[in-house]
Write a protein that binds this ligand. Structure first.
Ligand SMILES: [Zn+2]
Length: 314
């Protein structure tokens, strides 16, 4: 199972309740996507199905191994409640299985991930079953938005709220994934969740390409300055986003260079890129002309003042 970081308070409470046999039969895990709710639910399932002793989690017994490999006959995991398994027939089939004897004569655990995506018909069928909990059967509903669930469903659950991850935990998780690249930027951009990390990681090639262009401009390449101005001004919808990225990259260049002259050039690039938003987005000046002038100013030796808002261009 993947390592779980954070959520100590919730995990400790759940462990205590599982070990004392006082765990509520229907739990609801709420919190942002990408923070590990599903992993905590799986950890709890493993604890409930561990065959060594009640409420423990050895991680080695048949029960633990079968849960980890998603093949425990008394463990049901619906990865996406919106999929076929979460439709009303899937839920009916699940509930029918629960009327039969457990395979191992112990606990049974059902995890319904993305439970807000269950259709109303499925929820109604489910509600009937939750009204009369079966002994030793636990439901764990997971949602990123509790308000999308029917109040009648929420009222039958004991809710646990999960916070976003700390920057330290996000950093540790990213490092454990062998991530290379600007870790500081990713950690800051993640905002305590790994939900969009894949997107951020996927944008790396484009990011690196943009950085290479900026490096050439800072090194004095005028042709690159004109070419990048042309490229960016073509797509007005993504212009603001790309300029923001460019600003981050310039900042990265500034911090990553110890040579005073190079550092100064990056600082100037950062300043020029940061100062053009007003002209571009408030005054709606011509992007191609403005960007060409500014990128060329970045490419010129120190001492030339940037044209951030010059009327002489237009
Ligand atoms: Zn075990």
């Amino acid at each position: 199972m993947k390592a779980i970081l954070g959520h100590e308070r919730q995990r400790e409470a759940l462990t205590r309740l599982a070990q004392s046999g006082k765990l509520a039969p229907t739990l609801l895990f709420c919190g942002m996507p990408g923070i590990g709710k599903s992993l905590v639910a799986r950890e709890l399932a493993q604890r409930l199905l561990c065959r060594k002793s009640s409420g423990a989690l050895c991680g080695e017994c048949e029960g633990c191994r079968l849960v980890a490999s998603n093949s425990h006959p008394d463990f049901y995991y619906f990865d996406d409640a919106n999929s076929e398994s979460g439709d009303v027939d899937g839920i009916r089939k699940l509930l029918h299985s629960l009327t039969l004897r457990p395979y191992y004569s112990g606990n049974r655990v059902v995890i319904l991930d993305n439970s807000e995506a269950l259709n109303p018909q499925s929820v109604n069928v489910l509600l009937k079953s939750l009204e009369e909990p079966r002994p030793s059967t636990y439901f764990i509903l997971i949602t990123t938005n509790r308000t999308l669930l029917l109040p009648t469903l929420v009222s039958r659950c004991q809710a646990y709220y999960f916070d976003t991850l700390s920057e330290k935990d996000v950093r540790t998780l990213l490092q454990s994934q062998g991530l290379t690249g600007p870790l500081d930027e990713l950690v800051a951009a993640a905002s305590g969740s790994l939900a969009h990390i894949e997107d951020l990681k996927n944008s790396f090639p484009a990011r690196q390409a943009l950085m290479a262009k900026l490096e050439r401009i800072v090194a004095g390449n005028m042709l690159e300055a004109c070419s990048l101005a042309q490229e960016l001004s073509k797509d007005k919808d993504s212009l603001a986003q790309k300029l923001q990225l460019l600003r981050l990259l310039a900042h990265q260049g500034m911090l990553g260079n110890s040579d005073p002259v190079t550092k100064r050039r990056w600082a100037e690039a950062y300043e020029i890129i940061s100062s053009q938003d007003y002209a571009l987005f408030e005054r709606n000046l011509n992007p191609l002309a403005l960007l060409t002038t500014n990128f060329c100013a970045i490419a010129t030796p120190l001492g030339r003042s940037p044209q951030t808002d010059s009327h002489q261009l237009f």
